[in-house]
Design a protein around this ligand. Sequence first.
Ligand code: SAH
Ligand code: SF4
Length: 392
Amino acid sequence: MRPKDAPHAPTDTRTALVGLSRGELAAELASLGEKAFRTKQVWHWLYHRGAKTFSEMTDLGKELRAKLDERYIVGRPTVAREQTSTDRTRKWLMAFGDGQKAETVFIPEDDRGAVCISSQVGCTLTCRFCNTGTQRLVRNLTAAEILGQFMIARDSYGEWPTPTDERRMLSNIVMMGMGEPLYNFDNVAKALKIVMADDGIALGKRRITLSTSGVVPEIRRCGAELGVNLAISLHAPDDDTRTAIMPINKKYPLKELIAACRDYPGLQNSRRITFEYVMLKGINDSMSHARALTKLVAGIPAKFNLIPFNPWPGSLYECSDAETVSDFSETLYKAGYTATIRTPRGRDILAACGQLRTDSERLSAKEMRERETEERKLAQAAWDEKEAALKA
Ligand code: SAH
Ligand code: SF4
């Protein structure tokens, strides 16, 4: 017989409670004949106390705990590997029920830090500079798997029960891991709503940032339904350059993307859109690119975050020189924009931006060669055109 509260096997068919909305949890408990107040109790154990087993839920009564254990599991991902960088960045390889895997990273500052969460196994998009982009999309992560990543990070730092704001090491969430969160919006939204509920994990919307490559229709939904901070992977000020490095730009070109940014609700000086900009030597890093950027976003409460390109095995680009990055930032500053330069974190364990990737389902060697050739052609053409325009 399976011991009580034993870690569940992948073949376990019991339903996971983590990841259910409050309404769904209430319906499950009602189906066991339990009264409404039980929902509040179980929710509290799951998301305030961080209980991993039903036997910890001491105020539920033995009988109910046994009943729960028969039909349900609490439901956390399994940690397949945990690595800590020399700079204290920590990365987990999460394994889900069906054996699929995704990575989660914690980026600590002195007394706080951000958990970088994945939304998909792989990615449908193929941004040329991104390691995840070399992986096929295997599947969307469920709300439980998205939420479970944060809960594992909290387990690892012993942050249950939910600490008050001031004491939280895991103070922020950034949806900047593997995958495009807005191509899995329903599950991401469900997970984040649970994270934001103030009688549980209780992380406010201002502590959550969602980064997107620019899925325009969902940006509007994200603003209306979640209201979290928005980061846009902009990476180029003109359509030619952007399309060459981010194929999604063909579907949602800059004009539409910038219009969606302008309309994002709640923007003001204290709540700006972050435009992320990966610094690629000879591709998007000239001072005319910087000036064009300031024109592009004029009128939007915005800040820039310049990301030095992080190399990964097989990557094709080089990072811009330090001096170029600094000049680029200076040009943006002079035009009135904050333009921080992101310090790469956890590079030694491949945990920095754009380095995440699991071993499943790589693109074939032929597909990679095709991509490389196409990429070189597109990047070169965009660059030649820019240079010609500059000389003219
Ligand atoms: N899919 C989402 C979120 C994940 S990526 C998005 O694209 O926004 C988080 C950030 O890292 C994005 O701005 C992404 O463009 C950037 N990035 C990807 N590969 C990178 C690399 N090799 N070096 C530096 N930044 C990279
Ligand atoms: Fe996907 Fe984001 Fe990487 Fe592009 S940068 S391939 S959208 S994870």
